[in-house]
Design a protein around this ligand. Structure first.
Ligand code: ADP
Length: 454
């Protein structure tokens, strides 16, 4: 789908001086925008074809460290270049930055110009193509939950990330009065994203002080991931412009509710909802049942893609709406998978396992791969669960630590077949490194607990 700026319109806007800067961005393993700020004249004259970046951009951690152990790049290999090839269908205005437009890039091998298989956009495109070969398109929506804080990023960093104060004083779930007080950030966020061609549905207060949710209308899977990535960046930029901080950490305080990113999914054929069968129970087609059976069965294999950091696993706890069981339920928020739009053309499945820190390309790709496997193998969907699923002893439990999720990822024959060894090995290494880094740290908790009493 074209974004809101054609290349010709960009050229005119550059000619008139309306646009002077083009952000040329790729998406890294963490789902962040990385790239360069081009003078717009240079972009429209030449760089629209391609530019280059160091290939370490798909092998760093959150802090831009260069961990060893990746097959794709290393110090020994000299950290060469990738090609960043602008996908001109993603050109858009960036209304919250003066005189600025943005384009997303596909990441290509420097010599062969073939897609780099572990680049997040390529990982998702590969699964979309597999689904297309079966005759279906995926429509997805990812909800974005995050916290707004009183102080700015810089103030919070200088304070050592201590005594964090969210922007509001009480649980603001669906609250109009409290969210009115946050419109200084949230109104420009909605309006700027909308003007950038991102179909914002709404924002709402969430179930904790300072917690927000942004909903974007469902769209083809690649667009959905692009929207999520740009919106997440915009949340932080607009919060920063207004002197506040926004955080997508899934669990910033042990006593506060965590932030998630629920993923709504449905398959379509010839622009018709293929998950819907008017004559079937709950309106669920056989296709939908097979897809869901795959999603549920392989959730432990792909949990890493829904929860990629140490902190992601702090969110999974009983009685917090963050699910830990791979079962499905009809409109029940304690199950990992919730059936929504029952009996209507909007019938869909919502995965509730993912944290607000997921990379939407990788998460969607892994879930599509699981659904495709369910369809290919005509897997049988177990009956829905009901009641409080936290207490369901029979339900499959997803890995509860990054260490465990790394092992299910490494040993997943299904993911290796669906995504390829190169991709699985690459992300297994990313997961291992995250754990190794954490294991090296001596935490405040263990010092306070044991300093005198151990
Ligand atoms: P809830 O509040 O129950 O989570 P919403 O009605 O707000 O549900 O919808 C949540 C998300 O589901 C929205 O982003 C919406 O665009 C998306 N959605 C609606 N229909 C579909 C569909 N058929 N396939 C995928 N996502 C959908």
């Amino acid at each position: 789908m074209a974004a809101n700026l054609s290349f010709d319109t960009l050229k005119e806007a550059v000619g008139s001086g309306e646009i002077d800067t083009v952000l040329v961005c790729m998406v890294d393993m963490q789902g962040r925008l990385m790239g360069k700020r081009f003078h717009a004249v240079n972009f429209v004259e030449s760089s629209f074809e391609e530019t280059h970046c160091c290939n370490y951009l798909l092998a760093t951690d959150l802090e831009m460290a260069t961990p060893p152990g990746y097959a794709s790049t290393s110090w020994e290999g000299g950290y060469g270049d990738y090609v960043m090839a602008p996908d001109l269908s993603t050109l858009r205005h960036v209304p919250w930055l003066e005189g600025t437009a943005m384009v997303l890039c596909d990441v290509l091998d420097h010599d062969t110009h073939k897609p780099v298989p572990h680049s997040p956009r390529a990982v998702l495109k590969a699964q979309i193509a597999r689904l297309k070969a079966l005759g279906f398109d995926a429509m997805m929506a990812t909800e974005l939950e995050f916290f707004l804080f009183e102080k700015s990023f810089d103030e919070i960093r200088k304070d050592g990330f201590r005594d964090l104060a969210p922007i509001s004083g009480y649980n603001e779930d669906y609250h109009i009065l409290q969210t009115t007080k946050e419109e200084g950030v949230m109104r420009p966020l909605r309006n700027h994203l909308f003007a950038a061609g991102i179909p914002v549905e709404n924002t709402k207060g969430e179930a904790e002080a300072g917690q927000e949710e942004l909903n974007i209308r469902y769209s083809p899977a690649l667009d959905c991931a692009d929207y999520h990535t740009i919106a997440k960046n915009a949340v932080k930029e607009i919060a920063w412009q207004k002197g506040h901080a926004a955080s997508f950490l899934p669990k910033w305080h042990k006593d506060r509710i965590g932030s998630s990113s629920h993923v709504h999914q449905s398959l379509w054929q010839d622009s018709k909802p293929a998950f819907f069968d008017a004559d079937a129970d709950l309106g669920m087609s056989d296709l939908m049942k097979h897809y869901m059976a795959g999603l549920i069965a392989f959730a432990p294999d792909y949990t890493y893609f829904l929860a990629p950091y140490i902190n992601s696993y702090k969110r999974f706890s009983k009685g917090t709406f963050a699910p830990t069981k791979s079962v499905w339920s009809v409109d029940n928020r304690t199950a990992g998978f919730r059936l929504c739009g029952v009996g209507t053309k909007g019938v869909r499945v919502e995965c509730r396992i993912g944290g607000s820190d997921l990379n939407p390309y990788l998460a969607q790709a892994a879930m599509l791969a699981a659904g495709i496997k369910g369809i290919e193998d005509k897997m049988t969907l177990a009956p829905a669960t009901s009641g409080d699923v936290y207490d369901d002893a029979k339900a499959t439990v997803i890995p509860s630590t990054l260490r465990a999720a790394t092992e299910t990822l490494r040993n997943s024959t299904f993911l290796r077949e669906a995504m390829g060894d190169v991709v699985v090995d690459h992300y297994t290494r990313a997961a291992e490194w995250e754990q190794e880094e954490f294991d090296r740290v001596v935490t405040d908790w263990e010092i306070a607990r044991g300093f005198e009493r151990a």
